[in-house]
Design a protein around this ligand. Structure first.
Ligand SMILES: *Cc1c(COP(=O)(O)O)cnc(C)c1O
Length: 782
């Protein structure tokens, strides 16, 4: 125990947290450092450049079945458990949905008692902290590792490995084999840190291993300046998380991060594999599975080939069979700007041997395609891994995996039948779907204890281990008492949020208003701007026909924009400026309230989601691969207003469209417009008076007094093709938003719909998703 804690007087919140954390780590976790790995079970490794776990204290206490008693003890000692838990810093090693999914998956793997571990990077700085100053996003460094390190991790310095970059490739011939040696490579040390991931009430402890880069002592040049340069070049690899989402940037540092992760991770996996005396290299596919989270870790395919061919001296075919039997790939996006393509010269320079292997993989694959008679040149343009001096990572990932999955039905279907059509023709059985999920332990049991307790009072505790049992709630859809209590719980959660916002920002919120929530990364396709256009429309209504606003609304936004994504930052600026004007307009008072909450992250989401009445899931159809924010809010009893996109579609299949506010054009229509170029936003604008008024506000000075401030946004919609079809969907969005307010007036029917949503949300537990991966992709037995 830390000496600091032994001083007299009551402990500070963060000191109690340190105490709790070390208790869990030292007393309750098995001492694993010396334990022999359990080799009876097949091991799964989830490779991801991002993990977004948020805080661990409540999750770990819950999993150890100590949460309630711990809260009681703290209260008995006059501590507020919430305040203590909140003093833990969020580990923000991810941008958004992709990283959060990785964390939910680790949670479910442990809960289902699988040996499933995470491999990631220990960035010194996580996703930036966002402040809003003069209506603009300001990015501050996120120092998530405290002065005494990160409380949940343990360093394993003695298990560090070496990663090689660059050097000169020399080929030779020895013992009847071609050999490849890299002369004078840059060598960097990778140090593993382990964060325990606990199973729910089952004693399981898995690990998330995060790697940190360091220079290797002893090999530095003597001169100080040169020494500093070498050190810097090594350490920068794990210095910061790329703060970008849905966008690919061909930066050499990012390539180095990716290779660093896969090379370090693979070395650790193989060391652990061979700790078991009876393991032979040919047992690999029986004993382990590697899942890559998007193409970011796709270099593991040539890296495993390199290890098998160069180090274990296997033949190419043997090595290829092992590699493709072990690796599987999850695609997360169809957006062209997000598909990774590495310039050949970069990969050649940084990873000369890996490049040769990719070339050979491609040569053999193209021969195979040709042999099958698909050799027209158009298919090669679609299929070749190396094409026009770029390495197409999604193609490499498909060729080198046994299974490729999308993350919701619609997304998997577009992936298979459009984006990767040539590949699915060639590999007809390789493509599949695994609809995303969220941990109901984190997002319901921890985030919404009131609702969780109420559910258990109604249907018992079975749903905690079998979330699909939430369906038992359907018995109560016509029980007025239950619906009333549901409404009271929502109210209590709204008060909790309102008090917190008041304390942090001084902002007053009318608790009885409808909480209309859009929280997610800021991106054109997610259409926060469409939400804002509707708000501007309502603002007009406040002035012209105030009686038409029957339900007061509080719009809540939370969103970070990538620092280099200027359009997204302009939208944040617009939202904040509009919020400021509306909130001080006497005619909007008591009707409209708009909040942009800075620094959206996992902990904040845990406060906002239980308080949401309406969940905004309004992406341009076909652009949101799945979405998981939609699932979190559904599980917490919000109703969704959404397009037929991503997992929204499966949501409506479960609850029927009667319990969902659907609007907007469908994916086929969007894709058809994109092919034929016949979409005309001007035409829509000319026919819709409401739209004309709303868009004029962007350039008439009524928002900031400045007529040029938002001109760029105005132009993007009217003169630059409205890439995300906002004008096309504006009319139906406004109409369905009007239905929202009418239905909100009838509280009982509203609550009934909420209950039906909660009852069907068990399908979206990541336990269901992980069971499907386990059986269909990894070949695990529960
Ligand atoms: C769930 C979550 C996301 C993903 O939200 P989407 O609405 O699916 O984009 C992003 N960030 C955080 C912090 C989350 O918890």
């Amino acid at each position: 125990m830390s000496k600091k804690l032994l001083h007299a007087g009551p402990l500070q919140h963060d000191e109690v947290l340190v105490l709790l954390t070390s208790l869990i780590k030292d007393q309750l976790l098995p001492h694993t450092r010396d334990a022999k790995p359990d080799t009876s079970q097949k091991q799964v490794y989830y490779f991801s450049m991002e993990f977004l776990p948020g805080r661990f204290i409540e999750t770990n206490l819950l999993n150890l079945d100590l949460l309630e008693s711990c809260k009681e003890i703290l209260r008995a000692h006059h501590y507020n458990p919430d305040l203590i838990f909140q003093s833990e810093l969020d580990a923000a090693l991810g941008n958004g949905g992709l990283g959060r999914l990785a964390s939910c998956f680790l949670d479910s793997l442990a809960a289902l008692d699988f040996a499933g571990h995470g491999m990631g990077l220990r960035y010194q700085y996580g996703l930036f902290e966002q402040k809003i100053s003069n209506s603009k996003q300001v990015e501050l460094p996120d120092k998530w590792i405290g002065e005494d390190g990160y409380p949940w991790e343990e360093i394993y310095s003695e298990e560090a490995v070496t990663i090689q970059f660059g050097g000169r490739l020399v080929s030779g011939y020895k013992d009847n084999r071609l050999t490849f040696d890299v002369i004078g490579p840059e060598r960097i040390k990778a140090i593993p840190y382990q964060i325990p991931i606990l199973g729910y009430h089952n004693q399981r402890v898995n690990y998330l291993t995060v790697w940190q880069a360091e220079s290797i002592p002893g090999q530095q040049p003597v001169e100080f300046e040169a020494y500093a340069k070498v050190k810097r070049k090594a350490e920068e690899i794990t210095e910061f998380l790329y703060p970008d989402d849905s966008h690919y940037e061909g930066k050499v540092l990012r390539l180095r991060q990716q290779y660093f992760l896969v090379s370090a991770g693979l070395q650790r996996i193989l060391t652990s594999f061979f700790k078991s005396d009876d393991h032979q290299i040919f047992d690999l596919p029986d004993k382990l599975s590697i899942q890559i989270n998007d193409t970011h870790p796709a270099l593991i395919i040539p890296e495993l080939m390199r290890v098998l061919v160069d180090n274990y001296k296997l033949g190419w075919e043997e090595a290829w069979n092992l590699t493709t039997s072990v690796i599987s790939y999850t695609n997360h996006t169809l957006l062209d700007e997000a598909l990774e393509k590495w310039p050949v010269f970069l990969v050649k320079e940084q990873l000369p041997r890996i490049f040769l292997i990719i070339e050979e993989i491609n040569r053999r694959f193209c021969l195979e395609v040709e042999y099958k008679g698909l050799e027209d040149w158009e298919s090669f343009a679609d299929l070749s891994i190396i094409y026009q001096e770029n390495i197409h990572m999604a193609r490499l990932a498909v060729v080198g995996s046994h299974t490729v999955n999308g993350v919701a039905k619609l997304h998997s279907s577009i992936l298979k039948n459009q984006l990767m059509k040539s590949f699915s023709t060639h590999f007809p059985n390789r493509f599949t779907n695994k609809t995303n999920g969220i941990s109901h332990r984190q997002w319901l049991m921890n985030a919404n204890p009131l609702l969780a307790r109420f559910i258990s009072e109604l249907i018992g505790d079975q749903w905690k281990t079998d979330p699909q049992a939430l369906k038992d709630l359907l018995k109560f859809t016509n029980d007025p008492d239950v619906l009333l209590q549901l409404s009271a719980i929502k109210h209590a959660n709204k008060i909790r949020l309102v008090d917190k916002i008041k304390a942090e920002t001084g902002h007053d919120i009318f608790v009885e208003s409808l909480f209309d929530v859009q929280i997610k990364r800021l991106h054109g396709y997610k259409r926060q701007l469409l939400n804002l256009l509707h708000i501007l429309y309502l603002w007009d209504v406040c002035h012209e026909k105030p009686e038409a606003i029957k339900v007061p609304r509080t719009f809540i936004f939370g969103a970070k924009a990538a620092p280099g994504y200027l359009y997204a930052k302009r939208i944040i600026s617009l939202i904040s400026s509009v919020a400021e004007q509306i909130n001080q307009d006497p005619l909007a008072k008591g009707k409209l309230n708009v909040l942009f909450l800075p620094n959206y992250n996992v902990s904040q989401a845990e406060w906002i989601i239980p308080a949401a009445d309406i969940s905004e899931q309004i992406s341009t159809a076909s652009k949101e691969a799945s979405g998981t924010g939609n699932m979190k809010m559904m599980m917490n009893g919000a109703l969704t207003i959404g397009t037929m996109d991503g997992a929204n579609i499966e949501m409506t299949e479960l609850i029927t469209t009667e319990h969902f506010f659907e609007f907007g054009i469908r994916a086929e229509e969007v894709l058809a417009y994109e092919r034929n170029g016949q979409y005309s936003p001007r035409e829509i604008y000319n026919q819709d008076l409401r739209l004309q008024k709303v868009l004029q506000r962007l350039v008439d000075g009524s928002i900031t007094g400045d007529t040029v401030a938002f001109q760029d946004i105005y132009y993007s919609l009217l003169f630059k093709g409205d890439e995300y079809f906002l004008l096309k969907d504006f009319g139906s969005y406004v109409n369905v938003q009007n239905q929202v307010q009418n239905q909100f007036l009838d509280s009982q029917t509203w609550q009934k719909k909420c209950l039906i949503n909660i009852a069907h949300s068990g399908y979206f537990s990541s336990d269901r998703t992980i069971s499907e991966y386990a059986t269909d992709i990894w070949g695990l037995v529960p």
